[in-house]
Structure formats: C-alpha cells, structure tokens
Design a protein around this ligand. Structure first.
Ligand code: ASP
Length: 355
C-alpha cells in the first residue's frame, strides 16, 4: 500500500474512533399536559380555549428553547413546568385547587431518566415553584420524598423563592371549593388571610371561562428527550378540589404519577390520583415497553383504556421514549396537551376528537 493509501485508511480509523466516542445525537422532543377531565367544546368559551392554547404554546416554547440550545431534558422539564406553575389557569402553583380546610397544599415530582434519581414533595404551602423544590430534594438531599412542614422548611433552607400562602389563591378555584363543599354538606372554611376581598356575587360567574367540573383537574406535567438521549419527567399539582387536608395524590409518587428511565420511557399522569397510585400507572407503562417490548402508544393505551377504565378511574398520561416516540392517552372528554419534536411545529390539543 502506498503512503497516501495508508494515510487514508489511518484517517478513516481515526474518524471511526472519534465517532464511537461521541454521544449519539438525538432529535429533542417534548410533551406536556395541563390536566384531564370533563373539558368539552360545548361548554368551553372561545376566550377560555384561546387562553389555554396560548399558555400551552408558551410552556412548550420554554422547554423547547432549553432543548434547542443543547440543554438537558431535566432543565427543559423544570423550565416548562415553572411557566405553568405561574399561570393561574392551571391547578399547579398559582391557581392550585384548595383542600377542604381552605388551604393550598401542593405536590410535585421530577425524575431524571439517565441516573434514575428522583425528588418529590407533598403538601407544601409556601414555595412558588414546587417543581424546583422537588429538584432540590433530588439534588441537595439524600432523600427522594419530603412532605409537609419538613418540606416547607427544606425549601427555605435550599434558598427557593418563598411566597405567602395567599399567593396561590384564585377566585375561581375558591368558588369551585365552596361549591363542592356545599354539595357534600361539609363545613365551609373562612376565606384565607391575605386573599383579595370577595367580588360581589353577581361578578363570580363571569370569571369562569370553562365548565365548573373541569376545575376538578388541571395538574401539569412534562416529559422530554434531549439531544444526549436522556429522558426526564415532572409533574406539579394542587391535587383534587376539596381533597381532605393532608392527602397526597399520585403526582409526587414515583412510579404512579411520574417516572423516567432511559431504559424505557418517561411518563407524567393526570386524573383522580387514587386510581393512578393503585395501578402504579407511570411505571407500568414503562414496564410494558421495557419487558414486553410494546410500542409506547400501545402501552399507554393499555393502561388508560383497559386498566384505568376497568377500575372506573379517569385521567390520562403523556409519554416519551428514547427513540423520540411521543404518546398521549386519556379516557376523559378532554386533556390539555401539547407536543413538539426538533424541526417540527407545536401540536396542541384539548378535546378527545383532536389528534
Ligand atoms: N392526579 C392529581 C391528584 O390526584 C390530580 C390531577 O391530575 O388533576 O392529585
């Protein structure tokens, strides 16, 4: 072989070795939900629909920007959820549902599919962004799950933004609580300290931009795949309207409402948490992918339309796989949802007759 030939082969070998050392470049992708429930075209106002679509586009954009700059799926999940937690339309952060005692008790979880590390918080009352508190538990404590007063204290210690509990108050969620408590014949709590004065009764109805039943849900969740091929999932919620105080739902329970593993998939759930806990929904979707070799959509449909529906539970999931496959599945009339893959447009859906 002449010198030029040897150099060419040497060059090819170096190129192959360099390729082998580089991580495989993935196309990023992100999916989010803003809760599932009785969300129907007939009862949704045009104004409400527009507001929800705009909010979901904004949150997707917040996550997509992180991913597009080569950021991690974990950062993208946190960024998108923080946007939704600040948005009073959703039942997470500001705009959270109330417990029956008239307080906002927030739950959140985040999981990193590459390390299988996770952090979660339950019943926190003073952290502006519970998803960031869940992340702090994962990164700054030896634990996975902190609840109640200990979680609130850890939040201040970790330097997260603290707010007065009245920051989470919204009139529409308060009215939804009062309505539910009256229906159940339960005692009505005092209006929370620091909440704005009640509007005249005649002004209460117009603040509703969606059917009252839809207020029952509105939890937010995001799953993402980054260019390094890592998956992450996160969920944040105020729980269910008029829940018994001290109740923790599925959202912060790893394997129930939130799960991520690079070996299978990342999932965030929404719906009546008690069913999702008993069915370990998020982990089971991923287990079907990992051990049964099911396609992501098939696995999500199996759990939602067979297992959850069979138990008379209601709600849905969003999911993403390491190959960029995205899925959503729900058995309610609607689920606020959006997704985007690198190079593609944002797709947004609300009702069950949309793709
Ligand atoms: N899954 C949440 C819970 O039970 C509620 C929801 O998704 O809207 O706390």
């Amino acid at each position: 072989m002449n010198r030029i030939g040897a150099m060419a082969i040497g060059g090819l070998m170096i190129a192959a070795a360099t390729r082998a050392q580089q991580p495989v470049a993935h196309r990023w992708a992100i999916v989010l939900h803003g809760g599932a429930g009785v969300i129907e075209r007939a009862t949704m106002s045009a104004e409400g629909e527009k507001a929800y679509r705009a909010s979901m586009a904004k949150a997707t954009e917040a996550g997509a920007q992180v991913l597009d700059k080569g950021g991690s799926s974990l950062d993208a999940v946190e960024a998108a959820i923080r946007t939704l937690e600040d948005d009073p339309l959703f039942n997470a952060g500001r705009g959270a549902d109330f417990a029956a005692d008239g307080r906002n008790e927030l739950d959140a979880a985040i999981m990193d599919g590459s390390s299988m590390k996770a952090g979660a918080v339950g019943d926190v009352t003073r952290t502006r962004h519970p998803i960031s508190l869940a992340r702090a538990v994962m990164e700054k404590s030896p634990h996975v799950f902190l609840v109640g007063q200990g979680a609130d204290e850890f939040s201040a210690y970790a330097g997260l933004e603290q707010v007065d509990p009245s920051y989470f108050f919204t009139e529409r969620r308060w009215q939804a609580l009062i309505k539910e408590l009256k229906k159940e014949g339960m005692p009505l709590p005092l209006r929370p300290a620091g909440a704005p004065p009640p509007p005249p009764t005649s002004q209460i109805e117009p603040v509703q931009i969606e059917p009252a039943d839809a207020h029952k849900y509105g939890t937010v969740g995001v799953v993402a795949l980054d260019r390094a091929g890592n998956l992450a999932a996160g969920t944040s919620t105020g729980g269910t309207n008029a829940k018994r105080w001290g109740r923790v739902g599925d959202s912060p329970i790893i394997g129930a409402g939130t799960y991520a593993s690079n070996q299978s998939c990342a999932v965030s759930a929404t719906g009546t948490g008690e069913y999702f806990i008993r069915l370990t929904v998020a982990r089971t979707v991923c287990a079907l992918v990992e051990y049964k070799g099911m396609k992501l959509q098939e696995a999500a449909d199996q759990i939602i339309h067979k297992e959850l529906t069979g138990m008379h539970g209601d709600g849905g999931v969003i999911a993403i796989a390491p190959n960029g496959e995205m899925a959503w599945s729900f058995n309610t009339p609607g689920m606020y949802r959006a997704r985007q893959a690198e190079g593609g447009k944002v797709e947004i859906g609300i009702y069950n007759d949309e793709p």
